[in-house]
Design a protein. Structure first.
Ligand SMILES: [Zn+2]
Length: 336
């Protein structure tokens, strides 16, 4: 839909009315990844990274119009099956360092608590996410067209403009998330040689335990996001249970807490095995979030909770409409 349509819908109070009529008892759970000024060397940033000034406006709106719950308050509301009216929850996936540098001061300013989901194998190890590596390789490539072979398949990548590069990244990443760890590494090495850009380590790009402890002391809770951020749908039951066991133990020990909230890596319906809720429950979790779009409603299954993804391109009117739930409804209508 065109941006002007969103602006029109917002201006005539569509979101406000929608929420008042259809979503009075629903709770928007916002899903962020990164908050930082856009890196000019990344074509992915404008899609994925919310700029600090936009985030500040969003949190100001949220603080004025919603009761922002903290992790504990949310878990309690869920256990009692009683969502406080007009409440919301702010979440971040992947524990990027910019959550501390840029988001945390803004959260404190507007007294908005949050929950950050941490893939523990990446903390203080210098390990980087494959999508950031793909972004660095494709964004840094100077060749306008690249032929690429991997596992018997051949692709031709148009890398002649930032938007073409973004399209390639959005095509590659869903593929890489289906690979096992070894194939993922092989793929990145091969891509690096094809595009003529060296693989870089983004060491230091994620939160340290010390930063997490400082955030935890001031309203930010931390939840599980597995250990290695692999696609659970591709792992064996034993591997999934091990991922949960290791990551939960590390979080509990490092942050002196009992970890009860979880977010699925990648988070699409196809990334969540049917037995995952049972394993999470057995590992001591109380709730788990997907990235399926929609407001959380009373009676929703606690291990398949929906969220609303907020990206770098979301203008103020889109943010307000997303929060009201009307945009997920319209998207579902369009896809049905
Ligand atoms: Zn993630």
């Amino acid at each position: 839909m065109k941006k002007t349509v969103y602006s029109f819908l917002d201006r005539i109070g569509c979101g406000y009315a929608w929420r008042g009529i259809f979503e009075r008892t629903s709770l928007p759970v916002l899903a962020y990844h990164r908050v930082a000024p856009w890196d000019p060397g990344s074509v992915l940033a404008p899609a994925m990274v919310v700029q600090p000034e936009d985030f500040a406006r969003q949190m100001e709106y949220l603080a004025r119009n919603y009761l922002a719950l903290d992790g504990e308050g949310f878990a309690k509301a869920l256990a009692q099956k009683k969502i406080p009216p007009r409440s919301a929850l702010v979440t971040f996936d992947d524990a990027y360092e910019d959550n501390y540098r840029y988001a945390f001061p803004i959260l404190k300013k507007f007294s908005v608590p949050a929950v950050v989901f941490v893939p523990t194998a990446f903390i203080e190890t210098g390990k980087s996410f494959f999508w950031d590596e793909v972004d660095a390789l494709i964004s840094g490539c100077q060749i306008p067209k690249v032929r690429f072979d991997f596992n018997g398949q051949t692709w031709t990548f148009d890398l002649s403009s930032p938007s073409a590069k973004l399209e390639v990244i959005l095509k590659i990443c869903p593929l890489v998330k289906t690979f096992n760890e070894n194939d993922g590494e092989l793929f990145l090495n091969r891509l690096s040689s094809f595009v003529g850009v060296a693989r870089i380590s983004k060491a230091g790009g994620l939160l340290s335990w010390e930063q997490m402890r400082a955030m935890r002391a001031q309203g930010v809770a931390f939840g599980g996001h597995t250990h290695r951020h692999l696609n659970l749908a591709r792992l064996s039951p034993a591997e999934i249970q091990q991922e949960l066991r290791i990551s939960t133990r590390i979080l509990d020990e490092q942050l002196a807490q009992k970890t009860v909230l979880f977010a699925y890596p990648f988070g699409a319906e196809t990334d969540i095995p049917a037995a995952a809720p049972a394993w999470l429950s057995a590992a001591g979790y109380q709730a788990a979030f997907s990235l399926s779009s929609g407001l959380m409603r009373p009676g929703d299954r606690p291990f398949l909770l929906r969220r609303i993804g907020i990206g770098g391109g979301d203008t103020e009117d889109i943010f307000r409409l997303k929060l009201s739930g009307i945009l997920s409804f319209l998207a579902k209508l369009k896809n049905s």
